[in-house]
Design a protein around this ligand. Structure first.
Ligand code: HC0
Ligand code: SF4
Length: 568
């Protein structure tokens, strides 16, 4: 198992501060604690994805600031990749050398390049401070911090959580937590908007792609992937696809990356609508706790648990689509396909960091087997595509797999703010009036980027008042009023932590042009318009799943697998 990567890591390990640099690599998921295990787990050298070798320039650059000045890294690059010293230097000069893999687009580098700023080798020479790992997956490296304060602002002003603050230490202004506690002991909701705001990789998150590659390289494992609605908006833009092409292309791309089965989250979004709208109508007719809050955004659920536990009875008991899909695959699909749980590895691809937190919650790992084994962000997925050197011409577009092949436009809409409410209204109005909703499926009032949107819908004898909130700072006034016993005047409230919903999640590449968010939203709205089925309750695969497995919405089995409880 003596491989290229092992040689490089050993060589780097000979440098000054090498142990810390190596820790940095391990923490970021570039290498395993034992690189021999890492190589062995991938089989022979020939079977290693080219990517492991392609990562070397980035690894080398990452460690440069921690090594003595000189040509050591350039010579590693030369040795491993066959570049000349001149080429190696040119390669290195393209980057600010912070070592981050900044979501494919580095705003700081782009700004620097636009303004003609040249790379200087002394840019980051500072006293080394240890990398802080005080959160399940967010890592903070103050060696890279440029004290711009974007993360502090994102946490305070977009999310209203305010757990980050400037700190002054040893003559340097950097960022810490407001009360000095480790991040995982604060009210951090894990939305990742701080990571998204950081222009230079001082805030980053641990990658899970190594675990996913390992599972894919294990011949015993059936690796199932499912992709969130909002991810296709980014794939459409990255590959310049039409709306009609986006979903089929992403299914083909996932197969090419190595997934054995590919499903669409929008299916689970339909399942969520069946469960959550049934719960809502139950509360309306039985005088249950009102209003009902949606529960599919784990950033929002984290905020309720940490800061507003009084509101827990208002949260829908539904798991998010991610966890509904995981539970359905690990139970219904495993049983139907005759796959033992030891051999089934389930991966979600999402725009969201909070979903990494959600998937790791102990209640979603019955008998210590997680329903969702790994969570990849859109960025991580695109990194895997790059590592495998896949080109669009390698991709054969196709449908998602049975038995969850068909999805509705309502499920796809989930990816933007207002989508959950709109999908729920399409079912609620139909049930309340007893008449199939044929026209007037579009509830445009709840779409768009306003932090608070409202709609009043008259359905037969019932009037449903809906609020749609995105950006957690916008929920505080309502939450505070409810905490003090006031009714906010709504029946159903959708809350998503990220402004504009999941299309703006921290796991996507950072938009680098004006209008990108509106374009992402348009993709979802257009897919909905073109869909054969536009109401979750008419999805034939959902109806079949109820027939053969769950019985009916909110049934005993459904409660067991598709609902949850919350802990203050
Ligand atoms: Fe979302 Fe979702 S819509 S939270 O934003 O509900 O991540 O896209 O996958 O689970 O479906 C994220 C996006 C999802 C979930 C869905 C919901
Ligand atoms: Fe995640 Fe979406 Fe919530 Fe953002 S809005 S934290 S991307 S689920």
């Amino acid at each position: 198992c003596a491989t290229g990567p092992a040689t490089v890591i050993q060589a780097i390990a000979a440098g000054r501060r090498a142990a810390k640099a190596l820790d940095d690599f391990v923490m970021r998921g570039y290498v395993r604690p034992s690189h021999e295990d890492y190589s062995c787990s991938r089989g022979t050298n020939e079977e290693l994805p080219r990517a492991e070798f392609d990562d070397i320039p980035r690894l080398a650059r990452a460690v440069m600031p921690a090594l003595p000045p000189g040509d050591r890294i350039d010579s590693f690059i030369e040795v491993e990749l066959g570049l000349t010293e001149e080429q190696a230097r040119a390669e290195a000069a393209r980057c600010l050398e912070c070592g981050c893999s900044k979501q494919n687009h580095c705003a700081l580098r782009n700004e620097a390049t636009d303004h003609g700023v040249q790379f200087a080798p002394t840019l980051h020479v500072r006293p080394y401070t240890p990398i802080i790992e005080d959160h399940p997956f967010i890592v903070r490296d103050n060696n890279k911090c440029i004290s711009c304060g974007r993360c502090v602002a994102a946490c305070a002003e977009i999310e209203g959580v305010g757990v980050l603050a400037y700190q002054f230490s040893e003559g340097r202004l950097t960022v810490g937590t407001h009360n000095g506690l480790p991040l995982d002991q604060t009210d951090c909701v894990s939305c990742g908007q701080c990571v998204r705001a950081c222009p230079c990789g001082a805030l980053d998150y641990k990658r899970e792609r190594g675990d996913v590659f390992t599972a894919m390289n294990d011949p015993k494992k059936v690796v199932v992937g499912f992709v969130a609605p909002a991810v296709r908006t980014v794939i459409a833009s990255e590959y310049d696809l039409s709306v009609e092409e986006a979903s089929g292309f992403i299914a083909g791309l996932m197969r090419k990356v190595g997934f054995d089965k590919v499903f669409d989250f929008s299916f689970a979004a339909d399942l969520t609508i069946m469960e959550e709208t049934t719960e809502f109508l139950g509360r309306v007719t039985n005088g249950g706790t009102m209003p009902q809050f949606t529960s599919c955004c784990p950033g929002w659920v984290n905020l309720v648990e940490r800061r507003y536990p009084e509101l827990i009875p208002h949260l829908s008991s539904c798991k998010s689509p991610q966890q509904m899909m995981g539970a359905t695959v690990k139970n219904h699909f495993a049983q139907q396909a005759g796959i033992s749980l030891d051999d089934l590895y389930v991966v979600s691809i999402v725009p969201c960091l909070a979903k990494k937190y959600e998937a790791a919650r102990p209640e979603f790992a019955p008998e210590e087997i997680r329903d969702v084994d790994a969570v990849l962000t859109t960025t991580e997925f695109l990194e895997m595509v790059q590592m495998l050197r896949l080109e669009p011409k390698d991709v054969e577009p196709g449908a998602f797999d049975e038995p969850y092949k068909r999805v509705t436009g309502a499920g796809v809409l989930f990816g933007a703010s207002g989508g959950v409410a709109e999908a729920a209204l399409r079912m609620a109005v139909e049930k309340l009036t007893g008449t199939p909703l044929v026209d007037d499926l579009d509830f445009e009032e709840v779409r768009g980027f306003e932090g608070l949107k409202e709609a009043t819908i008259v359905a037969g004898e019932t009037t449903v008042k809906v609020a749609v909130i995105s950006g957690l700072n916008n929920v505080a006034p309502i939450a505070e009023r409810m905490k003090n016993g006031e009714h906010p005047g709504y029946d159903l409230i959708e809350v998503m932590a990220c402004p504009g919903g999941c299309i703006n999640g921290a796991g996507h590449p950072v938009p680098d042009r004006v209008g990108e968010m509106a374009a992402r939203q348009r993709v979802l709205v257009e897919i909905d318009k073109l869909s054969k089925y536009r109401k979750s309750q008419e999805n034939p695969d959902i109806l079949r799943l109820y027939d053969e497995y769950y019985g009916e919405p909110n049934s005993h089995v459904a409660h067991d697998l598709l609902h949850t409880t919350y802990a203050p």
